[in-house]
Design a protein around this ligand. Sequence first.
Ligand code: ATP
Ligand code: MG
Length: 217
Amino acid sequence: MTGTDTGVGKTRVGVALLGALRARGAAVAVRKPAESGCERVAGELRAADAEALCRAAGSDEPIDTICPLRLAEPLAPAIAARRAGASLDIEAFVMATRARARAVDVMLVEGAGGLLVPLVDHVSCGELAARLGSELLIVVGARLGAINHALLTEAVAFSAGLQVLGFVVNHVKPGEDAARASLTASLREFARAPVLAEIGYGADGLRELAGLAARLA
Ligand SMILES: Nc1ncnc2c1ncn2[C@@H]1O[C@H](COP(=O)(O)OP(=O)(O)OP(=O)(O)O)[C@@H](O)[C@H]1O
Ligand SMILES: [Mg+2]
């Protein structure tokens, strides 16, 4: 799962998709390879996104497996990691994640921010997706400017040879304006990948993502 930006609803959509998959009886697993902006609680860095995905998946895997790189500073993970003197063995992570993915119906991996965000060293979220052999789900935060961000994300994905499952348009703010009201129709006109679902503000997304869940498992 990637998105047009940070804060566009990747985790929320991920949690909903996991719920829809589990309602079908699918076996799921989750990864959030690097999470920055983690809060320190009793000396431990707590990764809120990873923990939310873990709960939604009903996973009993340790947090170090699900989210091996937990970082305090709210920066792109590679930058926060460098400043903290932390790192991630990306090859080991890819091998272990691929092995786990073979044992479940759906492995859901949330990136950080958008597709070109440096995740660790010089590996971007998109490069990690390529190494994992992942198909991309692009969460589009519905706001003015989203068409550009969505099409840029799709263009980068295609130029990197990534498979794009499609877009999920997510309304992260209440109310409606012309840009948000026309976003799904505009993506259907200008993008190559399909719009798989549109989730309204305040909706839990379970019903909207049922069709996608049925396609995945
Ligand atoms: N459809 C929605 N309705 C209401 N609130 C939403 C909706 N989608 C997302 N939000 C809220 O917006 C905020 C950002 O969402 P979320 O954390 O899922 O984004 P993200 O893309 O995963 O962010 P990050 O880049 O930090 O991982 C959260 O508080 C979330 O609950
Ligand atoms: Mg998130």
